[in-house]
Design a protein around this ligand. Structure first.
Ligand SMILES: Nc1ncnc2c1ncn2[C@@H]1O[C@H](COP(=O)(O)OP(=O)(O)O)[C@@H](O)[C@H]1O
Ligand SMILES: NC(=O)OP(=O)(O)O
Length: 316
């Protein structure tokens, strides 16, 4: 039987560095990631691809605000900025995968599904913005920005610089999960839950309504992996392996980890909130809900990691 894999691509992993933030640069990174994903599909895996949008949703929101400040144009709500990223990044991934399938003579097609993800209207995260989006700023830039925009909440993002944060409620239900499942069964490579999904709440009678937030794509990917009964959850990010004491002289890469060991390392605070910690927690949720295996690695190492030759492997 073919194995079902959910591969979550990090929004930051699509932007190599500050001088490669253009849409064209991102497409190059998407094409490289698509080559490695296609390598896995060619090995016989059924794949659902999810992706982040942290940098991208922040760029769109800022563009909208500047247009409002400079040209008095209408504001774009954050939920629509998220939906925009789902379309734009989903389009790039779909096209890159289709081109890669064609080059390799594979009878396969990718399809990006506009995905809504339900959250609780009273999630405390709405009162405590914590999801970093958009650009990274130096301390001086951050201080100047907060003087100009006192309403912005900014945090130090894992020592990489300061970023604006927005509300990030926990995903509860993937509205289009059955459609995604059917498409995978029908042989399509599905791109879904982009940017963690478009955040919605269910009003009385189950009526859906968009809400301004950015859902963590690792939590949403974990929820998808459980919902479609995936064999493996793979989180593709900026590092080949997860580290203990990351960034310190005594840092140590993790190869194979058990679930209890991983939980112990969380308690010992080895994983930075807002970057590695949500990935680790997403893995824990997946394994606690019956998932068998998760892998964390970078896009270049996807095939090697699935073959067991690199990456951090976490077993239930
Ligand atoms: N313990 C750790 N091990 C490895 N990387 C870590 C660790 N703690 C923080 N990081 C950082 O977290 C980054 C992944 O988070 P982030 O860039 O926010 O993810 P995404 O790829 O989903 O956008 C890694 O590239 C690395 O810089
Ligand atoms: N939505 C989200 O979690 O995006 P990143 O993975 O880019 O942070």
């Amino acid at each position: 039987m073919r194995k079902k894999v959910v591969i979550a691509i990090g929004g930051n992993s699509l932007i190599r560095d500050e001088s490669h933030q253009r849409v064209e640069d991102q497409y190059e990174a998407v094409c490289e990631t698509a080559r490695h994903i296609t390598g896995l599909i060619a090995q016989g895996y059924d794949v659902a691809v999810t992706h982040g949008n942290g940098p991208q949703v922040g760029f769109i929101l800022r563009r909208s605000e500047i247009a409002q400040e400079v040209a008095r144009m209408h504001a774009v709500p954050l939920v629509s900025c998220g939906a925009d990223t789902q379309g734009a990044i989903g389009y790039q991934i779909q096209q890159a995968l289709d081109n890669e399938f064609k080059k390799r003579g594979m009878a396969k097609m990718a399809v990006a599904v506009v995905t809504q993800v339900a959250v609780a209207p009273d999630d405390p995260a709405f009162q405590n913005p914590a999801k970093p989006i958009g650009s990274f700023y130096s301390r001086e830039q951050m201080e100047a920005i907060t003087r100009e925009h006192p309403d912005w909440v900014m945090v130090n993002d894992a020592g990489r610089g300061y970023r604006r944060v927005v509300a990030s409620p926990m995903p509860q239900e993937i509205v289009e999960k059955d459609i995604i499942s059917h498409l995978i069964q029908a042989g399509y490579c599905v791109v879904g839950v982009g940017g963690g999904g478009i955040p919605v709440v269910r009003d009385a009678g189950g009526i859906l309504r968009g809400v301004d937030a950015v859902i963590d794509k690792d939590y949403a990917s974990s929820l998808l992996a459980s919902a479609i009964d995936a064999d493996v959850l793979i989180i593709s990010t900026g590092v080949e392996k997860v580290y203990l004491n990351f960034g310190k002289p005594e840092e140590k890469a993790l190869d194979q980890v058990s679930l209890p060991e991983l939980k112990k390392y969380v308690m010992e605070r080895h994983f930075a909130p807002g970057s590695m910690l949500p990935k680790i927690q997403a893995v824990i949720h997946f394994l606690e809900k019956g998932g068998k295996k998760a892998i964390i690695t970078n896009p270049q190492s996807l095939e090697m990691a699935v073959a067991g030759r690199t990456g951090t492997h976490i077993q239930a």
